[in-house]
Design a binder for this molecule. Structure first.
Ligand code: GTP
Ligand code: MG
Length: 203
């Protein structure tokens, strides 16, 4: 799929504030600093569309981007960001879960995980919660460029093994790098194939 236009729409503090749910929408979620904003920039090939930072906690609101004037990408705040007070962290998490659970035009969510590390309890718990709500998601393994081919394969094998302990079948996994563009076509393919299935919430 070609991306011919990409435009920032707005930042929202919660679901009540989001743009009207009349276009298909795809959300990017994951621990702070995992590379959500970078991936949105890589998908759209617009380096400065979503603000990125090496300091975790850069994205603090729900950010909507309108793509090809026909669908939305949303950049969500990272969960598990250690440097904000617990009350704020809980507030963000409640806001994010409420958005994921209630947003009627959300087609699917991409959960980003850093493939350099072992599966995090937070991420596994989040997957369980998504499964329990019946919300479709893909696991996107980011920063693949930071590992050798052999290391990447070994980490992917370990990751799948952990997931296999609780998932049958496994959630779909996409390996990505915002540096090299690895996985870009896969993610855009997922989006492109589910776009035509969109029905407005009114039916
Ligand atoms: P928050 O907004 O804090 O939740 O973080 P985020 O998940 O949006 O992460 P962001 O995209 O800001 O990236 C964090 C850091 O990781 C930045 O320094 C990026 O340049 C770097 N980064 C992100 N993706 C990749 C990748 O695929 N490869 C490499 N090498 N670095 C990456
Ligand atoms: Mg971000």
């Amino acid at each position: 799929m070609e991306i011919s236009s990409a435009k920032f729409v707005k930042s929202s503090v919660g679901i009540q504030d989001c743009p009207p749910p009349v276009l298909p929408e795809y959300a990017f979620i994951g621990r702070s600093n995992v590379g959500k904003s970078s991936l949105i920039n890589s998908l759209t090939r617009r380096g400065k569309l979503a603000k990125t930072s090496s300091t975790p906690g850069k994205t603090q609101l729900i950010n909507h981007f309108l793509i090809n004037r026909s669908w939305y990408l949303t950049d969500l705040p990272g969960f598990g960001f250690a440097k904000v007070p617990v009350a704020i962290k809980k507030g963000w998490e409640g806001m994010i879960r409420n958005y994921l659970d209630k947003r009627p035009n959300l087609m699917c969510t991409f959960l980003l995980v850093d493939i350099r590390h072992k599966p995090l309890a937070n991420d596994l718990e989040f997957m369980r919660w998504m499964g329990a709500q019946g919300l479709p998601f893909y696991v996107v393994c980011t920063k693949a460029d930071k590992l050798s081919k052999a290391r990447l394969e070994a980490n992917l094998k370990d990751y799948r093994e952990v997931l296999a302990g609780e998932w049958e079948p496994l959630p779909p996994i996409i390996v990505s790098s915002s540096e090299t563009g690895l996985g870009r076509e896969d993610i855009l393919g997922v989006i492109g194939s589910s776009n035509p299935g969109f029905r407005t919430p009114q039916g």
